[in-house]
Ligand binder design. Structure first.
Ligand SMILES: [Zn+2]
Length: 263
C-alpha cells in the first residue's frame, strides 16, 4: 500500500493517510458528513474543531469552522447534546487508573441490573427481587480485594461461598455501588436488610466422550449391545467467576419507600 494524498472532501481541508483506492469507484465525489465533534481549539475567529467523519475510517481531522456553515450548524445544534462524544467525555468521571477492571465490571453489572425493575402483577411498584450478577474475577483480583479487605473470607485460595452485609461489600466496592438514581425521584438500591451472597470459584466444563464407549462402538450382534453408555468424563477448568446475589428494592425519595405504600 502506498502513501497518497486522498482527494479531499469537498469542503473540509485535506490530510494524508494510507489507503487502498483501487476498489473505490472513480469520479464519484463523496460529500463527507460530520458524525461528531470531539474537541475544539483556538479563539473565536480561528476556532477549529476535531471532526469525526461519518463512514470514514481514517483519522479525525481539525477543521476550521469559519467558512463552513455545515460544521458551524452542527456545533450549534449539538453543543448541549448529551450523546455527543465530546460532552460525554467531559461528563464522565473516569475511573481511577488503579481501579481493577474486573471490579469495575462487577460494579457496572450491578448498576445495569438495578435498572431492571419489574412491576408486580397487581401493578404495585415496590417489588423486591433477588438478583444474581455474574462476572469473571481472577484469583489475583479476588485475593487483592475481597480476601484482603473482608475478614470473614478465608485467606486460602479455595472456593468461597458466603453471606456479606452491604457494609462489608462496600469495603471492596466503595461507597456508590449500591444505589441507582434516575431523572425522577425514584431510586433503586441494594437492600441493606438482607445479606449479599457471594460465590467465587472456578467453573468447570464437564465433557462426556463416547469414543471408547462400549455401547456406542458395539460391533457385535444388536441384541447383545450394552444397555447403558459408559462415556469417559473430563473436567475442563474454566475461568474464575463471582456470582454476586443481592436483594434489589425501589423507593421514591419524595414519598418514601414505595414497597410500604403499595397495597
Ligand atoms: Zn455411548
Amino acid at each position: 500500500m502506498e502513501k497518497r494524498i486522498k482527494k479531499k472532501p469537498r469542503r473540509f481541508g485535506e490530510w494524508e493517510e494510507t489507503v487502498n483506492f483501487r476498489n473505490e469507484p472513480k469520479n464519484q465525489e463523496k460529500l463527507w458528513e460530520v458524525e461528531d465533534v470531539l474537541d475544539e481549539r483556538g479563539e473565536n475567529g480561528e476556532k477549529e474543531y476535531l471532526v469525526k467523519w461519518k463512514d470514514w475510517e481514517g483519522p479525525n481531522t481539525w477543521i476550521s469552522a469559519e467558512h463552513n456553515p455545515e460544521l458551524q450548524s452542527f456545533v450549534t445544534r449539538n453543543m448541549n447534546n448529551p450523546n455527543s462524544c465530546k460532552l460525554n467525555r467531559d461528563l464522565l468521571e473516569l475511573p481511577e487508573s488503579d481501579d481493577n477492571v474486573e471490579i469495575l465490571s462487577l460494579k457496572q453489572a450491578i448498576f445495569d441490573s438495578l435498572a431492571d425493575v419489574r412491576y408486580t402483577p397487581e401493578g404495585s411498584i415496590g417489588h423486591q427481587a433477588r438478583i444474581t450478577v455474574k462476572v469473571p474475577v481472577s484469583a489475583e483480583t479476588f485475593s487483592a480485594t475481597f480476601r484482603a479487605k473482608i475478614q470473614k473470607i478465608p485467606k486460602d485460595n479455595g472456593n468461597v461461598d458466603c453471606n456479606l452485609t452491604v457494609d462489608e461489600v462496600s469495603l471492596v466496592l466503595g461507597n456508590n455501588w449500591m444505589k441507582r438514581g434516575y431523572k425522577t425521584s425514584t431510586e433503586t438500591y441494594v437492600s441493606e436488610r438482607e445479606y449479599v451472597h457471594i460465590w467465587w470459584g472456578y467453573k468447570a466444563r464437564q465433557q462426556y466422550c463416547h469414543n471408547n464407549c462400549a455401547r456406542c462402538s458395539w460391533a457385535g450382534v444388536e441384541e447383545e449391545r450394552p444397555q447403558l453408555c459408559t462415556p469417559t468424563i473430563t473436567n475442563i477448568p474454566g475461568p474464575a467467576w463471582i456470582f454476586f446475589t443481592f436483594t434489589r428494592s425501589r423507593r421514591n425519595r419524595v414519598t418514601g419507600d414505595v414497597a410500604r405504600k403499595s397495597k
